[in-house]
Design a binder for this molecule. Structure first.
Ligand SMILES: C[S@@+](CC[C@H](N)C(=O)[O-])C[C@H]1O[C@@H](n2cnc3c(N)ncnc32)[C@H](O)[C@@H]1O
Length: 297
């Protein structure tokens, strides 16, 4: 295992380890040993866990709910001076910056897809596992505030995230265009089918066979000429930022299944979608596949 891990310190890791060294050298040494898969006693492991719990807002949120939008939202917000060095690390790491860059990439691409559908009539977007749904809120706020031919539904089982989304939508004056529904999207019964489905930050933690089942199960939600945009974390992230993934996995039990473009394409095709194209964030850490239902029943 150890030989697979990059042990060179980058600037962000050096800053984090320096801060930990000053605050608690035992934690710093044990954490690094744990990263290198060297033996660390169960007592020490518990000590590191407790340290993260009390010294990182982001870690606490992820420990309480792996897969929470609290982490992604924290990275989108990018507070200029986070209170704790561990949180500063998550923000400044390449993996952390790539999450924010993913949001930008989606917000740049979405209007193009919306316009394709808008040329045919009204546009109805389903943002599945939306968290607050900042991507759609931002796009609506920049382009469609005064439009009456576009609507979205943000679906998430996390009521707190939806409540925040509602506030964001009111502040950005697009709340009349978005409904918020607290439900498991797999069980969602639509009133009408979507022209565009967004599935961002959902497949990343799932094995390919489960991704196929998820994509198949949401086929019933999309129109036959609809477009799905579904993202997955790429293998490049693991290669270029293994330390951030180690922290996410170890601290928050947030496991990711890194996939190549070809693997994501296969998932789309096996789930019954035609692969149209894909785009990435500026780091190439997230691949967003664009597809359309292949056959319809
Ligand atoms: C990592 S966050 C991503 C949020 C948002 N899509 C984004 O890109 O910023 C994943 C979100 O999906 C939600 N989620 C995961 N599976 C879900 C399901 N089956 N039904 C509803 N929400 C789900 C979680 O509650 C969480 O808010």
């Amino acid at each position: 295992m150890e030989q697979n891990k990059k042990v060179e310190y980058n600037e962000e890791i050096s800053r984090l380890l320096g801060a930990l060294e000053n605050n608690n050298a035992v934690i710093k040494n044990s954490l690094w040993e744990r990263y290198l898969d060297k033996p660390v006693s169960i007592e020490r492991e518990e000590e590191i866990y407790g340290y993260f719990l009390t010294h990182s807002i982001v870690s606490t949120a992820v420990m309480a709910n792996a897969g929470t939008s609290m982490l992604t939202e924290f990275l989108y917000d990018s507070p200029p001076s986070p209170f704790f060095p561990i949180d500063d690390y998550f923000l400044s790491s390449k993996g952390g910056r790539a999450i924010k860059s993913r949001l930008t990439a989606i917000e740049n691409k979405l209007p193009e897809i919306i316009e394709e559908h808008r040329a045919k009539g009204e546009v109805f977007i389903g943002n599945l596992g939306s968290g607050p749904g900042r991507d759609v809120i931002d796009v609506f706020s920049s382009h469609y505030k005064k439009s009456s031919d576009i609507k979205a539904v943000h679906i998430d089982r996390d009521a707190t995230a939806l409540k925040r989304g509602k506030r964001m939508a009111v502040i950005k004056k697009v709340d009349h265009l978005i409904d918020f529904i607290g439900v498991n999207f797999i069980k969602y019964e639509p009133t009408k089918k979507f022209d565009i489905i967004l599935l961002i930050g959902i497949l990343c933690g799932l094995e390919s066979d489960v991704c196929i089942r998820v994509l198949k199960s949401i086929r019933r939600l999309i129109k036959k000429d609809g477009t799905i945009i579904a993202g997955n974390v790429s293998k490049k992230m693991l290669k270029e930022d293994p330390f951030t993934y180690f922290l996410m996995e170890w601290v928050g039990n947030w496991k990711l299944v890194f996939k190549s473009e070809e693997e994501l394409k296969q998932i789309f095709e096996k789930a019954g979608y035609k692969w149209r194209s894909c785009f990435t964030d500026s780091y190439g850490f997230h691949i967003m596949g664009i597809g359309t239902p292949k056959f319809y029943f």
